[in-house]
Design a binder for this molecule. Structure first.
Ligand code: A3P
Length: 271
Protein backbone atom coordinates (compact mmCIF):
# COMPACT_ATOMS: atom_id res chain seq x y z
CA UNK A 1 0.00 0.00 0.00
CA UNK A 2 2.72 2.45 0.97
CA UNK A 3 4.54 2.63 -2.38
CA UNK A 4 1.17 2.70 -4.16
CA UNK A 5 0.05 5.65 -2.06
CA UNK A 6 3.37 7.39 -2.50
CA UNK A 7 3.06 6.89 -6.26
CA UNK A 8 -0.45 8.30 -6.24
CA UNK A 9 0.54 11.33 -4.22
CA UNK A 10 3.94 12.21 -5.59
CA UNK A 11 4.55 10.68 -9.01
CA UNK A 12 5.31 13.26 -11.71
CA UNK A 13 4.49 12.10 -15.22
CA UNK A 14 7.26 12.71 -17.72
CA UNK A 15 6.13 13.07 -21.36
CA UNK A 16 8.72 10.47 -22.39
CA UNK A 17 7.49 7.82 -19.94
CA UNK A 18 5.86 4.62 -21.08
CA UNK A 19 3.64 2.94 -18.52
CA UNK A 20 2.66 -0.70 -18.99
CA UNK A 21 -0.47 -1.65 -17.10
CA UNK A 22 -2.24 -4.93 -16.45
CA UNK A 23 -4.25 -6.96 -14.03
CA UNK A 24 -2.18 -9.89 -12.68
CA UNK A 25 -1.35 -12.89 -14.91
CA UNK A 26 -2.51 -11.38 -18.17
CA UNK A 27 0.83 -11.35 -20.00
CA UNK A 28 2.68 -8.51 -18.27
CA UNK A 29 6.05 -10.28 -18.42
CA UNK A 30 5.76 -10.76 -22.17
CA UNK A 31 4.67 -7.16 -22.71
CA UNK A 32 7.58 -5.93 -20.59
CA UNK A 33 10.09 -7.94 -22.62
CA UNK A 34 8.63 -6.71 -25.92
CA UNK A 35 8.53 -3.03 -24.96
CA UNK A 36 11.96 -3.19 -23.39
CA UNK A 37 13.44 -4.59 -26.62
CA UNK A 38 11.54 -2.13 -28.83
CA UNK A 39 12.70 0.82 -26.74
CA UNK A 40 16.28 -0.42 -26.77
CA UNK A 41 16.09 -0.27 -30.56
CA UNK A 42 18.71 -1.69 -32.77
CA UNK A 43 21.61 -1.15 -30.44
CA UNK A 44 23.99 -4.01 -30.87
CA UNK A 45 24.66 -4.20 -27.17
CA UNK A 46 24.58 -7.30 -25.07
CA UNK A 47 21.18 -8.93 -24.81
CA UNK A 48 20.01 -7.73 -21.40
CA UNK A 49 17.15 -10.23 -21.24
CA UNK A 50 19.77 -12.95 -20.96
CA UNK A 51 21.14 -11.30 -17.84
CA UNK A 52 17.91 -10.43 -16.05
CA UNK A 53 14.22 -11.25 -16.02
CA UNK A 54 11.95 -8.65 -17.74
CA UNK A 55 10.58 -7.63 -14.31
CA UNK A 56 14.06 -6.51 -13.38
CA UNK A 57 14.29 -4.15 -16.34
CA UNK A 58 10.77 -2.74 -16.04
CA UNK A 59 10.04 -1.95 -12.39
CA UNK A 60 6.57 -2.26 -10.90
CA UNK A 61 5.89 1.16 -9.44
CA UNK A 62 3.92 -0.04 -6.43
CA UNK A 63 6.46 -2.75 -5.65
CA UNK A 64 9.35 -0.38 -5.08
CA UNK A 65 10.61 -0.50 -1.48
CA UNK A 66 8.58 -3.59 -0.80
CA UNK A 67 10.23 -6.31 -2.80
CA UNK A 68 13.83 -7.09 -2.22
CA UNK A 69 16.21 -7.51 -5.09
CA UNK A 70 14.35 -4.96 -7.19
CA UNK A 71 15.65 -3.19 -10.22
CA UNK A 72 15.80 0.46 -11.07
CA UNK A 73 13.94 2.97 -8.95
CA UNK A 74 11.16 4.64 -11.01
CA UNK A 75 11.80 7.90 -9.21
CA UNK A 76 15.46 8.17 -10.15
CA UNK A 77 15.56 6.28 -13.44
CA UNK A 78 16.75 8.24 -16.43
CA UNK A 79 14.31 9.22 -19.14
CA UNK A 80 12.70 7.62 -21.13
CA UNK A 81 11.33 5.54 -18.26
CA UNK A 82 9.65 2.22 -19.00
CA UNK A 83 7.47 1.39 -16.00
CA UNK A 84 4.78 -1.06 -15.02
CA UNK A 85 1.79 -1.03 -12.72
CA UNK A 86 -1.10 -3.28 -11.66
CA UNK A 87 -2.95 -0.30 -10.17
CA UNK A 88 -6.42 0.41 -11.65
CA UNK A 89 -6.69 3.44 -13.93
CA UNK A 90 -8.85 5.41 -11.48
CA UNK A 91 -6.14 5.12 -8.82
CA UNK A 92 -3.21 6.29 -10.94
CA UNK A 93 -1.59 9.57 -9.99
CA UNK A 94 -3.42 12.69 -11.23
CA UNK A 95 -0.29 13.70 -13.04
CA UNK A 96 -0.81 10.71 -15.35
CA UNK A 97 -4.58 10.93 -15.58
CA UNK A 98 -4.54 14.63 -16.43
CA UNK A 99 -2.06 14.23 -19.25
CA UNK A 100 -3.59 13.70 -22.70
CA UNK A 101 -0.50 12.24 -24.27
CA UNK A 102 1.02 10.12 -21.51
CA UNK A 103 1.70 6.73 -23.08
CA UNK A 104 0.07 3.69 -21.47
CA UNK A 105 -0.07 0.18 -22.89
CA UNK A 106 -2.60 -2.12 -21.26
CA UNK A 107 -2.78 -5.87 -21.72
CA UNK A 108 -5.96 -7.83 -21.03
CA UNK A 109 -6.57 -11.57 -21.17
CA UNK A 110 -9.45 -14.00 -21.27
CA UNK A 111 -10.81 -14.20 -17.69
CA UNK A 112 -10.76 -18.01 -17.50
CA UNK A 113 -7.11 -18.26 -18.57
CA UNK A 114 -6.22 -15.38 -16.24
CA UNK A 115 -7.90 -17.13 -13.34
CA UNK A 116 -6.16 -20.45 -14.01
CA UNK A 117 -2.79 -18.76 -14.45
CA UNK A 118 -3.28 -16.94 -11.15
CA UNK A 119 -4.47 -20.07 -9.36
CA UNK A 120 -1.27 -21.85 -10.37
CA UNK A 121 0.87 -18.83 -9.46
CA UNK A 122 -0.55 -18.44 -5.97
CA UNK A 123 -0.57 -22.18 -5.30
CA UNK A 124 3.13 -22.07 -6.07
CA UNK A 125 4.11 -18.87 -4.33
CA UNK A 126 1.92 -19.40 -1.26
CA UNK A 127 3.03 -22.97 -0.65
CA UNK A 128 -0.22 -24.70 -1.71
CA UNK A 129 1.49 -26.90 -4.25
CA UNK A 130 0.93 -30.15 -2.34
CA UNK A 131 -2.59 -29.23 -1.42
CA UNK A 132 -3.89 -26.68 -3.98
CA UNK A 133 -6.41 -24.03 -3.01
CA UNK A 134 -9.83 -25.43 -4.12
CA UNK A 135 -10.47 -24.21 -7.64
CA UNK A 136 -14.22 -23.86 -7.05
CA UNK A 137 -13.39 -21.44 -4.22
CA UNK A 138 -11.07 -19.48 -6.52
CA UNK A 139 -13.91 -19.22 -9.07
CA UNK A 140 -16.25 -18.06 -6.36
CA UNK A 141 -13.76 -15.39 -5.20
CA UNK A 142 -13.38 -14.21 -8.81
CA UNK A 143 -17.16 -13.92 -9.27
CA UNK A 144 -17.44 -12.15 -5.91
CA UNK A 145 -14.92 -9.61 -7.23
CA UNK A 146 -12.24 -10.66 -4.76
CA UNK A 147 -9.12 -10.16 -6.82
CA UNK A 148 -5.60 -8.78 -6.36
CA UNK A 149 -5.54 -5.04 -7.19
CA UNK A 150 -9.34 -4.94 -7.27
CA UNK A 151 -12.03 -6.71 -9.28
CA UNK A 152 -10.85 -8.04 -12.64
CA UNK A 153 -13.55 -6.61 -14.91
CA UNK A 154 -13.56 -3.16 -13.33
CA UNK A 155 -9.79 -3.09 -13.85
CA UNK A 156 -10.04 -4.05 -17.50
CA UNK A 157 -13.02 -1.81 -18.23
CA UNK A 158 -11.50 1.32 -16.73
CA UNK A 159 -8.52 1.06 -19.10
CA UNK A 160 -10.78 -0.03 -21.98
CA UNK A 161 -13.10 2.95 -21.63
CA UNK A 162 -10.19 5.35 -21.33
CA UNK A 163 -8.49 3.82 -24.38
CA UNK A 164 -11.65 4.45 -26.41
CA UNK A 165 -11.78 8.08 -25.25
CA UNK A 166 -8.06 8.72 -25.69
CA UNK A 167 -6.55 6.20 -28.14
CA UNK A 168 -3.42 8.33 -28.48
CA UNK A 169 -2.86 7.82 -24.76
CA UNK A 170 -3.77 4.19 -24.14
CA UNK A 171 -3.05 1.28 -26.43
CA UNK A 172 -5.30 -1.58 -25.37
CA UNK A 173 -4.00 -5.06 -26.22
CA UNK A 174 -5.24 -8.59 -25.69
CA UNK A 175 -2.99 -11.55 -24.88
CA UNK A 176 -4.95 -13.70 -27.35
CA UNK A 177 -4.35 -11.24 -30.23
CA UNK A 178 -0.62 -11.22 -29.46
CA UNK A 179 -0.59 -15.01 -29.58
CA UNK A 180 -2.70 -15.17 -32.78
CA UNK A 181 -0.94 -12.50 -34.81
CA UNK A 182 2.25 -11.47 -32.99
CA UNK A 183 3.72 -9.60 -35.97
CA UNK A 184 0.70 -7.35 -36.35
CA UNK A 185 0.38 -6.67 -32.63
CA UNK A 186 4.07 -6.04 -32.04
CA UNK A 187 4.23 -3.69 -35.04
CA UNK A 188 1.27 -1.86 -33.47
CA UNK A 189 3.17 -1.53 -30.17
CA UNK A 190 6.27 -0.24 -31.94
CA UNK A 191 4.27 2.40 -33.84
CA UNK A 192 2.53 3.49 -30.65
CA UNK A 193 5.94 3.90 -29.03
CA UNK A 194 7.03 5.92 -32.07
CA UNK A 195 9.72 3.37 -32.76
CA UNK A 196 8.40 1.61 -35.88
CA UNK A 197 10.48 -1.28 -37.20
CA UNK A 198 12.66 -0.44 -40.17
CA UNK A 199 12.33 -3.90 -41.59
CA UNK A 200 10.72 -7.29 -41.06
CA UNK A 201 13.97 -8.77 -39.82
CA UNK A 202 14.11 -6.39 -36.83
CA UNK A 203 10.54 -7.21 -35.93
CA UNK A 204 11.23 -10.95 -36.09
CA UNK A 205 14.32 -10.50 -33.94
CA UNK A 206 12.28 -8.87 -31.18
CA UNK A 207 9.62 -11.57 -31.42
CA UNK A 208 12.23 -14.26 -31.09
CA UNK A 209 14.04 -12.54 -28.20
CA UNK A 210 10.75 -12.32 -26.28
CA UNK A 211 9.29 -15.66 -27.28
CA UNK A 212 7.99 -17.87 -24.50
CA UNK A 213 10.29 -20.77 -25.40
CA UNK A 214 13.39 -18.61 -25.40
CA UNK A 215 12.65 -16.69 -22.21
CA UNK A 216 11.54 -19.80 -20.32
CA UNK A 217 14.75 -21.58 -21.18
CA UNK A 218 17.19 -18.81 -20.36
CA UNK A 219 19.34 -19.72 -17.39
CA UNK A 220 18.29 -16.58 -15.50
CA UNK A 221 14.64 -17.63 -15.74
CA UNK A 222 15.29 -21.27 -14.93
CA UNK A 223 17.28 -20.64 -11.78
CA UNK A 224 17.03 -16.96 -10.87
CA UNK A 225 14.56 -15.29 -8.58
CA UNK A 226 13.12 -11.86 -7.95
CA UNK A 227 10.57 -10.26 -5.66
CA UNK A 228 11.25 -11.75 -2.25
CA UNK A 229 12.62 -14.88 -3.79
CA UNK A 230 9.77 -15.78 -6.11
CA UNK A 231 11.47 -17.96 -8.74
CA UNK A 232 11.62 -16.35 -12.16
CA UNK A 233 10.35 -19.64 -13.59
CA UNK A 234 6.88 -18.99 -12.11
CA UNK A 235 6.37 -16.26 -14.70
CA UNK A 236 6.71 -18.79 -17.53
CA UNK A 237 4.27 -21.64 -17.09
CA UNK A 238 2.55 -22.74 -20.32
CA UNK A 239 2.05 -19.53 -22.26
CA UNK A 240 -0.93 -20.81 -24.25
CA UNK A 241 -4.51 -19.78 -24.93
CA UNK A 242 -7.23 -22.03 -23.55
CA UNK A 243 -5.43 -23.90 -20.77
CA UNK A 244 -8.55 -23.27 -18.65
CA UNK A 245 -10.16 -26.20 -20.49
CA UNK A 246 -7.81 -28.54 -18.63
CA UNK A 247 -9.03 -27.35 -15.23
CA UNK A 248 -12.43 -25.72 -15.27
CA UNK A 249 -15.55 -27.89 -14.99
CA UNK A 250 -18.65 -27.30 -17.08
CA UNK A 251 -20.39 -25.83 -14.06
CA UNK A 252 -17.54 -23.38 -13.34
CA UNK A 253 -17.42 -22.47 -17.04
CA UNK A 254 -21.10 -21.58 -17.01
CA UNK A 255 -20.68 -19.52 -13.84
CA UNK A 256 -17.70 -17.62 -15.26
CA UNK A 257 -19.29 -17.07 -18.68
CA UNK A 258 -22.45 -15.71 -17.10
CA UNK A 259 -20.44 -13.35 -14.90
CA UNK A 260 -18.30 -12.25 -17.87
CA UNK A 261 -21.24 -11.41 -20.11
CA UNK A 262 -22.92 -9.54 -17.27
CA UNK A 263 -19.81 -7.42 -16.65
CA UNK A 264 -18.90 -6.80 -20.29
CA UNK A 265 -22.39 -6.18 -21.70
CA UNK A 266 -22.64 -2.90 -23.55
CA UNK A 267 -18.91 -2.23 -23.35
CA UNK A 268 -18.05 -3.46 -26.84
CA UNK A 269 -15.22 -5.47 -25.32
CA UNK A 270 -14.96 -9.20 -25.96
CA UNK A 271 -12.56 -11.24 -23.83
P1 A3P B 1 0.15 -19.17 -18.01
O1 A3P B 1 0.16 -19.29 -16.52
O2 A3P B 1 -1.23 -19.37 -18.60
O3 A3P B 1 1.17 -20.01 -18.68
P2 A3P B 1 2.09 -12.20 -16.08
O4 A3P B 1 3.33 -11.99 -16.83
O5 A3P B 1 1.11 -11.05 -16.20
O6 A3P B 1 2.32 -12.63 -14.70
O7 A3P B 1 1.30 -13.38 -16.84
C1 A3P B 1 1.84 -14.67 -16.79
C2 A3P B 1 1.29 -15.48 -17.97
O8 A3P B 1 1.94 -15.06 -19.18
C3 A3P B 1 1.61 -16.96 -17.78
O9 A3P B 1 0.52 -17.66 -18.37
C4 A3P B 1 2.91 -17.09 -18.57
O10 A3P B 1 3.21 -18.40 -18.96
C5 A3P B 1 2.60 -16.19 -19.77
N1 A3P B 1 3.82 -15.72 -20.45
C6 A3P B 1 4.97 -15.27 -19.89
N2 A3P B 1 5.85 -14.94 -20.84
C7 A3P B 1 5.27 -15.19 -22.03
C8 A3P B 1 5.70 -15.06 -23.39
N3 A3P B 1 6.91 -14.63 -23.70
N4 A3P B 1 4.84 -15.41 -24.37
C9 A3P B 1 3.60 -15.86 -24.07
N5 A3P B 1 3.13 -16.02 -22.80
C10 A3P B 1 3.95 -15.68 -21.79
Amino acid sequence: MKPAMMFQATFKADPDDVLLASSMKTGSTWLKALCFCIMQGNKEEEDLLVKDNPHFHVPIIEAVNYFTNTPADPYTMSSPRLLHTHIPYSLLSDSIKNSDNYKIIYIARNPKDTLISMWHFFNYTSGYLEDPFPLEKAVECFCNRVHPYGPFFEHVLEYWEESKKRPQKILFLKYEDLKRDPKKEVAKIASFLEKPFENEEDLEKVLWKCSFERLKNLEVNKSGSLFNNIPNSTFFRKGIVGDWKNHITHEMEEQLDKFTSLKLQGSGLVL
